[in-house]
Write a protein that binds this ligand. Sequence first.
Ligand code: NAP
Length: 360
Amino acid sequence: MGGTTNIFLTGSTGYIGGTVLQRLLAHPERESFNISVLVRNAEKAKLLENFGVTTVVGSHSDLEKLEQAAASADVVFAIADCDDLKAATAILSGLKKRHAETGEQPILIHTSGTGVLADNAQGKYASDLVYSDLDIPLIETLKPTQPHRWVDIAIVEAGKQGYARTHIVLPGVIFGLGHGPLFETGICNQHSMELPTILQIGWHRGRAGIIGEGRNIWPLSHIDDTADLYIVLFDAARKRKDVACGREGFYFVENGHFSVYEATKAVGHVLVELGRAKTAEPTPFTPEELDKYFAGVQVLFMGTNSVCKAERSRALGWRPTKTKQDMLESIRPEADALIKNGRIEDAFHIRGLLAQYVDL
Ligand SMILES: NC(=O)c1ccc[n+]([C@@H]2O[C@H](COP(=O)([O-])OP(=O)(O)OC[C@H]3O[C@@H](n4cnc5c(N)ncnc54)[C@H](OP(=O)(O)O)[C@@H]3O)[C@@H](O)[C@H]2O)c1
């Protein structure tokens, strides 16, 4: 892919999308990129334009805009909502048009999550079923009803048809505060989902909470390592045609695992330090609390196992550096930031997000 690279990115104001966008803005080949981003908020669009990107003001519901923006792109980063099949279909339709018009195979780097691997442990055990991103037959045993899976299947199908080279990035639990100019100017969300949720709910109930015994385990990655994988993949796919895509295009983001108990206990220590809890030891949520905080839905990371090895990602040259220890140490700064920006009180944020899975 020589000359100018036209890039379209969704999720530009988000935690992952904002971090990836910053990497593109700082990329050594930046001068050859035309970057266009989807933004819901018109004021944030203006601020983003100051960074030299073109904005498409709209949402995932503006399917024609999505299709058109994808049809103008050589590379699409989809980092807004891994469960939105209509939006993914519109992007794929745009890429198909691009292929028909240019004869080129545009590149899609779509974001999913290792929630697709989730079991029904309810915190009772750590699973020994380990998925590798190289083991496609095992991934193909996942039911279409697994979280995110219905969208992943559509992406793989498009890749098989050959009009686009499709890649799916699957993070587990990402940790660390988003940082850099897009975050400091308040454009992008600096918080991940999982540890902030455990903190917010622990803050609200005055003690860290777990589902069952919290023995279940999840993969972890730092936000900077996570963004690195997107860029490693972007660089490789632009330069080489043999980068795994389509049926084989699965890239886990994993640099070790943690049990939900150990993360929650570390949250408990922070709550004690902050004078919000008397003991660090977590207690199981009662049925009433499960309903109150989680709408009765088994929240992906709280009660389930998701165990994987990022072997394809590493084989491509991805070298994550931040470990479980870094994750545990990230909890206090995360809490301080949530307190500073007032979001520590938002214990019901996750319940709102779960609305798509349950009739509240
Ligand atoms: N964080 C993690 O640990 C993690 C792990 C695995 C998978 N994921 C998945 O990765 C995706 C991004 O996660 P994130 O942590 O970056 O979330 P985030 O910080 O909430 O960012 C989401 C981004 O997508 C945008 N967006 C959401 N819904 C949209 C819609 N309907 N139309 C247009 N834009 C929309 C948001 O725009 P606004 O600013 O307007 O809200 C924001 O820019 C999600 O699907 C998430 O489930 C996250």
